[in-house]
Each structure stands twice: as structure tokens, then as C-alpha cells.
Write a protein that binds this ligand. Structure first.
Ligand code: PLP
Length: 417
């Protein structure tokens, strides 16, 4: 950092400001985590200089011996950790991994069956503002209004009616386990590929805290920066029979040179995720999410589907009369970072939303447990109910921020020294 300070004090200030934000606030964004210093070291290494289009042993550039080793080690670790026949660590992001999966398995105009966005699906699952909705015909399935769980009968009926070439399961805001065997059965019945977008929960799979989609899916797409706690990036796991198609879809079809510093950092994260401590971490992430959901429920904030089996909870705020957007802003003022989120059958527009999404990967990395989750639920409830425009509101939010800072000091992100 001394060099950065000397060369570019403005950006050094940003980096240190962000570190301070992490050290003094609470990070409850379900898709974020706090990477280890080892992952950061690989990311900030000279591997960022290297051009390595192609794959280990078949590159379009010389001088790739070292980066070949990094990628081979990383791929071997991914295959071992997830019991996958093939792994590709080159996708620049989760969206890039999904694009490559579409490119490998489909032709433009083909039909895809995926979860509707307002019910928890991702932009890359058929949104009209994304390649997936522009270049493919997408049909959306929903959750049941009564249980707020995936309606597998609807999935089967839609599959029979629309005969999709690919079915996607895996979401951004679905707190429950997904029945991969059921999806496999439906995909087999209509002869569709099954793509599991495990972007959110692949880290829980790595830590054996939830069942693995690998035995059921043709292709598993994932990110490496969420619960998995690696660098920002993507990863694809697939059956051996699809390996060549997936590799070609990543490079040269949708990407150029891989980010070898990121590939190396993914390898580091995969090594960390294979340790017994990581399994304990993943289990605690889920217990913490359950405790946070229960704590919020006790504050009159209803967890969608009644709770969670994963790292995140989706909270319906309608009882409080506060929108998701206002809740996000109020929590932000109290240095609690979370996001507004549509709930199933949400009457509000997406930019307003009736809910918030909370996740526990970061606070669990900081060492917090169920007791702290109950405390955080109280702080969130207090912030959500505090109107900054009302008399004393701003002071109250500042007092909550003080309590947050105290908790963050006790369980520091990136402890000093
Ligand atoms: N798929 C799902 C289910 C996601 O939740 C996300 C990101 O949140 C992505 C894909 C895209 O990942 P990225 O932001 O790395 O492109």
C-alpha cells in the first residue's frame, strides 16, 4: 500500500476507505464475502501480466509454464472438491460462465426453461435486457403462492408444453434447497440439458453444508466470490463428454485471454475450501442465516418460505409498512449493508420492492455466531423502523451505527497487523 499511496494517493484513499468500511460496518449482502490475505496476494501478483489464450499445454503465447501450473492445480482441485469430471476456471464472472454454457449447449432461438426473475432467477436466466432473453426463447417457472417453494409440478408441465432444450435451476434469491433429482427427472423426460446455476451456493456445496448438484447436472455454472470466498470470477463444472464444448465456448467463443491472477486466486480459494475448517465455516453460515431469519421473524419481519436452508434469507417487510428501498437506505445509514429485493408476487416495482435479502457469508468469516445474529436482527429491525426524516431519526440511526461499529470491532474484518 505504501507504493500505491506514493503513486496514486487518490486511489490509495479509496482502497483504505473501503477497508475502513469493511472494518466498521456489517456486510450482509448474500453474494459477498471477505477473501483471505492469501487469495488477495495471488490476485495482486505479477500473474496479472500474462497473456495465456488457450488452455494449459495448448496456449497461443509463450512463457506460460508458470500460469499453466496454476491453472492445472486449480482445475485438479475443483474436480476433486466437487467430484466433477471436468472443470473450467477461466470464466471472468458468473454471467460469463452462464453465457458459455448457453453457447456450448444451444443455438440462438432455442427454448430455455428457467426461474422467473421476480421469483429469484438471475438476469442471465432469460431477462429481456440480457443476452439470454434477447437471443433465446425463455419460459419462466415460479414459486407457489402458498408455500413460496418451487412448484415442481408447474416445472414439469411447462417442460412438457414447451419442450425446452435446456432447463436451468439455481437462483439469486431462493433460500431453500433445490431438488436436483426432480429437475433431472423432468429434464430427462423432455430430453433437455440440465444446467444448475450454483453461483450462490457452490461454496455451501464445497463445505458439504448442502447437497451437490454435480451428480445430476450436465453443466454446473458458479461464481467463485460468494460463499466460496475466492476472487471475483466464474467456474464451470461438467461431465467429461461436454468438456470440449464447454472449453471452446469459454475460449475462443465468448472470451479472449484468461485472467491468470484470478485463476491462481481461484486455485487458492479451492485449496482453502477443501480444509476441514471450511466445512465448519459453511455449516455455521447456514446456522447463522437461520438464526438471523428467526431473529427478524421475532421482530415482525417475515422470512419468505418461513426460513432458510442456505446462506441467505429473503424478508417480506410488508407488515412494517416500510419498502425494501427505504429499508436498504435506512440500514445503509446505520452502516448495515444489505439489498432490497423483490419477494414472490411482489406488488411493488423492482426498484422499490417489498423485501430485503440478507446473507451471512461475510459476518461468519468474521467469526460471528447465532448470538450475534440475534443482535444483528435487532439492529436491522431498529434501523428499518427508523425514519430519518422524523424527529430524532437521524440521531437514532447514528446510535445504531455506533452499536454496529462496536460489534464489528469485536469481530474484525481483516484484523490489523
Ligand atoms: N447466476 C446467479 C444465480 C447469480 O446470483 C449471479 C450473481 O449474483 C450470477 C449468475 C452472475 O455472477 P456475476 O455477477 O459474477 O456475473
Amino acid at each position: 500500500l505504501a507504493e500505491l499511496r506514493a503513486t496514486d494517493p487518490e486511489i490509495a484513499e479509496v482502497v483504505l476507505g473501503e477497508l475502513d468500511r469493511l472494518r466498521t460496518g456489517l456486510q450482509l449482502i448474500a453474494s459477498e464475502n471477505l477473501t483471505s490475505p492469501a487469495v488477495l496476494a495471488a490476485l495482486g501478483s505479477t500473474l496479472t501480466n500474462k497473456y495465456a489464450e488457450g488452455y494449459p499445454g495448448r496456449r497461443y503465447y509463450g512463457g506460460c509454464a508458470q500460469v499453466d501450473r496454476a491453472e492445472e492445480i486449480g482445475v485438479a482441485r475443483a474436480k476433486e472438491l466437487f467430484g466433477a469430471e471436468h472443470a473450467n476456471l477461466q470464466p471472468h464472472s458468473g454471467a460469463s460462465a452462464n453465457l458459455a454454457a448457453y453457447a456450448a449447449l444451444l443455438q440462438p432461438g432455442d427454448t430455455v426453461l428457467a426461474m422467473d426473475l421476480p421469483h429469484g432467477g438471475h438476469l442471465t436466466h432469460g431477462s429481456r435486457v440480457n443476452f439470454s432473453g434477447r437471443w433465446f426463447r425463455t419460459v419462466g417457472y415460479t414459486v407457489r403462492a402458498d408455500t413460496e417453494l418451487i412448484d415442481y409440478d408447474e416445472v414439469r408441465d411447462l417442460a412438457r408444453t414447451h419442450r425446452p432444450k435446456m432447463i436451468i435451476c439455481g437462483a439469486t434469491a431462493y433460500p431453500r434447497l433445490i431438488d436436483f433429482a426432480r429437475f433431472r427427472e423432468i429434464a430427462d423426460e423432455v430430453e433437455a440439458y440440465l444446467m444448475v446455476d450454483a453461483a450462490h451456493f457452490i461454496g455451501l456445496v464445497a463445505g458439504r453444508a448442502v447437497p451437490s448438484p454435480v451428480p445430476y447436472a450436465d453443466v454446473v455454472c458458479a461464481t467463485t466470490h460468494k460463499v466460496l470466498r475466492g476472487p471475483r470470477g466464474g467456474m464451470i463444472l461438467c461431465r467429461g463428454a461436454l468438456a470440449e464444448r464447454i472449453d471452446k465456448a469459454v475460449f475462443p467463443f465468448t472470451q479472449g485471454g484468461p485472467l491468470m491472477h484470478a485463476v491462481a486466486a481461484k486455485a487458492v480459494a479451492l485449496r482453502e475450501a477443501a480444509q476441514p475448517e471450511y466445512q465448519a465455516y459453511a455449516a455455521q453460515v447456514v446456522r447463522n442465516a437461520q438464526a438471523l431469519a428467526a431473529g427478524l421473524a421475532a421482530e415482525g419481519m417475515r422470512p419468505v418460505s418461513g426460513g432458510t436452508d442456505t446462506h441467505l434469507a429473503l424478508i417480506d417487510l410488508r407488515e412494517t409498512g416500510v419498502t425494501g428501498r427505504a429499508a436498504e437506505e435506512r440500514c445503509d445509514a446505520a452502516t448495515i449493508t444489505l439489498n432490497k429485493n423483490a419477494i414472490p408476487y411482489d406488488p411493488q416495482k423492482p426498484m422499490v420492492a417489498s423485501g430485503i435479502r440478507v446473507g451471512t457469508p461475510s459476518v461468519t468469516t468474521q467469526g460471528m455466531r447465532e448470538g450475534q445474529m440475534r443482535q444483528i436482527a435487532g439492529l436491522i429491525a431498529d434501523a428499518v423502523r427508523t425514519d430519518p426524516a422524523a424527529a430524532g431519526g437521524a440521531d437514532r440511526l447514528a446510535r445504531i451505527a455506533g452499536a454496529v461499529a462496536e460489534l464489528a470491532r469485536e469481530f474484525p474484518a481483516y484484523p490489523r497487523g
